[in-house]
Design a protein around this ligand. Structure first.
Ligand SMILES: C[S@@+](CC[C@H](N)C(=O)[O-])C[C@H]1O[C@@H](n2cnc3c(N)ncnc32)[C@H](O)[C@@H]1O
Length: 319
């Protein structure tokens, strides 16, 4: 995964902010308007079955609290003894409770948030996330640390669509913002610039994470682990390495019979791969949910979590 950089992303975002019809350089896709689902991604040439359409690095990613010693704290690569860059460093950090990195490159790249993060006592904030089983505040925390370290702009997620808040702002979000502010404010030197960390900022971030954050699961394709054990880990949520949010993958709309898969073969860097051959001009879709669920389950999940009623061919046919 490439180190996080702001310049290319911000120029990309500027191009998006006007009316979208953006050909993404070097990729066989463009972002354009759809008839009834806002922006979407379209093929600009025929795409072959199995073709790697593009890769995408996250704007921000965070391991789950349960994965702090199983995933790289920067790139979310699953850590096994064989891939750790220093056995002793990994073992020491696991016992001391500090995060683990898979390589010195990731450790250096992480300074964009870690230099700030390390100065702060996160115990109360992490306890809240752990008690309530919430993952988005962790991403918001990392984003805040990146903003403080000038590693990204406070507006870096503004381009993404957000949940409809017409029924009001969840009280939890205000509590979380206060906890985040309190943790950062309590830093011994007390010198961090937190002027961006308002309720509005936090609510804007959470409203986007709810629609756009991806859950990243460990893929154990090439080792000899028992397949049943891996399936059990998936059901129990133990295979979840963390969450990440991207710009371009967030432009893909949903279909219960998608033509594109989003995969994480190595770390939080995503691969968008054609599930079948796609004609030039066709819209590309991924699935946001487990598409093997029954139609009524898919419908209620999409309505509750994403705020739309799916009208894809499968849903129309009640399949
Ligand atoms: C991750 S965003 C996808 C990009 C989005 N269309 C945009 O303009 O930014 C998810 C949102 O897109 C819309 N969307 C995605 N798939 C849809 C579908 N099958 N039918 C209707 N709306 C959809 C919903 O508003 C959903 O909350």
């Amino acid at each position: 995964m490439r180190p996080l950089r702001t310049a290319p992303l911000s120029s990309f975002l500027r191009r998006f902010s006007a009316h979208v019809h953006v050909h993404v350089l070097g990729m066989p896709i463009r972002v354009g308007h759809t008839a009834n689902a806002g922006r979407g991604v379209f093929a600009v040439r025929d795409i072959d079955l199995g073709e790697l359409i593009h890769t995408a690095d996250p704007v921000v990613a965070h391991p789950s609290l349960a994965s702090l010693h199983k995933a790289c704290y920067f790139c979310l690569k699953g850590i096994r003894r064989s891939v750790s860059y220093t056995e002793s460093a990994v073992a020491a950090s696991a016992t001391e409770g500090s995060p683990t990195f898979c390589s010195s490159t990731c450790e250096e790249s992480a300074q964009v948030f870690y230099a700030t993060e390390q100065q702060v006592d996160w115990s109360e904030f992490h306890e809240y996330c752990s008690n309530y089983g919430v993952r988005f505040p962790l991403i918001a925390k990392r984003l805040a640390c990146m903003v403080i370290s000038s590693g990204t702009s406070p507006n870096s997620l503004d381009i993404l669509s957000h949940v409809n808040l017409s029924n009001g702002i969840p009280a939890d979000w205000i509590t979380e913002r206060k906890l985040l502010y309190k943790a950062l404010r309590s830093k011994a030197a007390g010198s961090l610039n937190l002027s961006f960390l308002t309720d509005d900022w936090y609510v804007g971030v959470l409203a986007r994470l709810h629609i756009n954050a991806f859950r990243i699961e460990r893929v154990d394709q090439d080792d000899s682990e028992d397949i049943l054990a891996a399936a059990a880990a998936s059901i129990l949520g133990e295979s979840i390495l963390g969450s990440a949010v991207y710009v371009l993958p967030s432009m893909y709309n949903h279909d219960c019979d998608p033509n594109v898969d989003i995969l994480w073969p190595d770390n939080a860097s995503a691969n968008l791969v054609a599930r079948r051959s796609i004609k030039s001009g066709e819209e590309l879709h991924i699935t946001y949910i487990d598409a093997s669920m029954a139609p009524d389950k898919r419908r209620s999940f999409l309505e509750e979590h994403y705020g739309f009623t799916c009208k894809c061919a499968r849903c129309r046919d009640g399949d």
